[in-house]
Write a protein that binds this ligand. Structure first.
Ligand SMILES: *Cc1c(COP(=O)(O)O)cnc(C)c1O
Length: 391
């Protein structure tokens, strides 16, 4: 073999039987081969197990899918290059011209865009309600054949708590499927409800370090099988190296999530004593309107703390800029704490009345609590309130 051939066919080093790697290896390969055409055809038709092409599956991404499915309490999962990719591909796979989708003011901005703009171009209509208005949800589902109810809990950014049992009961009664973006609550929560599809941005708590993007849809195997072909051809595939990093992130997921939630609780309690704060939005506080529901539905209340500064938008901007330990950046759920001032909260597609109904105020600030020492974070918040001249 000439050297130029050798470098393209390197020696194959097999791990001997009975000698396992302790950490699962990364299968950084797009292609897999079989010895014969027949075996290849049998694998492609699902008659025998095996991998063929990364866009359909790969052992590293598959291991991640099976881990996530088990965390959420379902039996199958498909991963994607981003959370929004998972939402877009799921919506495109589940809807057709003439369908109606129920969605909410209190939702992640790009999800609203996908439903209100993208799906609308393909003849899918929608109704936009407040997640707090159960009567309107019931009236809409009773009055109009609905394919999908798309919602979140706690909602982004102001942590409203959806009544998941009531919403799933109404959806089931009227023949609609449910899709819960469960990113804020995490992959171990809400599995006890009759939800058809769980969506997650893995960029947040699964990655946990703010350095990898990914998304997932989790459901019963028979529902996932209805998505598989569309996911493979829409093509927003997760790279095996990212899948490896996400699998690594999951090893510390529970320790991180619980610590971040405990710090968030302490920070919310601190902020609620501050005269500069007009209103808190953290479901772990006893006076939060969704507190009783959250206690019933959740084991932890999340690592996102939002609140309204009485002094309004410019004070919220000064406060956010004055924070030293919180990076002013998008995203959440990472080891480093982040802040979003109202100017960057991404609700520009809602008019003033819709923003008010969604619970957004001029001075709404969103904090994502990381793994820094909580006393340092509270001290930083205290100095920023002083610096913003609102304390
Ligand atoms: C961040 C986020 C997404 C989108 O995820 P990406 O990985 O950034 O594409 C979707 N839903 C919620 C609730 C999020 O916070």
């Amino acid at each position: 073999m000439k050297k130029s051939t050798r470098v393209n066919h390197p020696p194959n080093v097999e791990v001997p039987a009975g000698n396992r790697p302790v950490v699962a290896p990364i299968y950084q390969t797009v292609k897999f081969e079989f010895e014969s055409v027949d075996d290849t055809l049998r694998a492609l038709s699902g008659e025998r197990p095996g991998f063929f092409y990364l866009r359909s599956s790969n052992p590293t991404t598959r291991a991640l899918e099976l881990t996530l499915a088990e965390l959420q309490g379902r039996d199958d999962c498909l991963v994607c290059a981003s959370g929004v990719g998972a939402i877009a591909q799921t919506l495109l796979a589940l809807t057709r011209q003439g369908d109606h989708v129920l969605c909410f003011l209190e939702s992640y901005g790009p999800t609203r865009h996908l439903i209100r703009r993208t799906l609308a171009r393909f003849g899918v209509s929608h109704t936009l309600l407040s997640i707090a208005d159960l009567d309107a949800i019931e009236r809409t589902l009773a009055g109009r054949a609905t394919r999908l109810v798309v919602f979140e809990s706690p909602t982004n950014p102001i942590n409203r708590i959806a009544d998941i049992a009531a919403i799933t009961r109404l959806a089931r009664a009227h023949g609609a499927m449910t899709l819960l973006d469960n990113t804020f609550a995490g992959m171990h929560q809400h599995g006890q409800y009759d939800i058809d599809f769980y969506l997650h941005s893995l960029t947040k708590f699964a990655s946990g370090h703010g350095d990898v993007m990914g998304g997932a849809v989790i459901a019963k195997a028979e529902l996932i099988s209805t998505l598989r072909q569309d996911f493979s051809t829409l093509g927003g595939v997760l790279d095996p190296h990212s899948a490896f990093l996400l699998q690594r992130g999951l090893k510390t997921y529970f320790v991180r999530y619980r610590t971040q939630c405990a710090s968030a609780q302490q920070i919310a309690e601190f902020l609620s004593t501050q005269p500069a704060v007009e209103r808190m939005h953290y479901p772990g506080l006893a006076d939060h309107p969704g507190h009783a529901l959250a206690r019933e539905q959740m084991s932890e209340f999340g690592a996102v703390v939002s609140f309204d500064l009485r002094a309004g938008a410019q004070a919220a901007r000064r406060f956010s800029e004055a924070l030293q330990l919180f990076a002013m950046a998008a995203s959440l759920g990472a080891t480093d704490s982040l802040v979003m001032p109202p100017q960057l909260l991404g609700s520009r597609d809602l008019n003033d009345e819709q923003q008010r109904r969604a619970g957004l105020a001029a001075g709404t600030v969103r904090l994502s609590i990381g793994l820094e020492d909580v006393d340092d974070l509270i001290e930083d918040i205290q100095q920023a309130l002083t610096a913003a001249q609102v304390a």
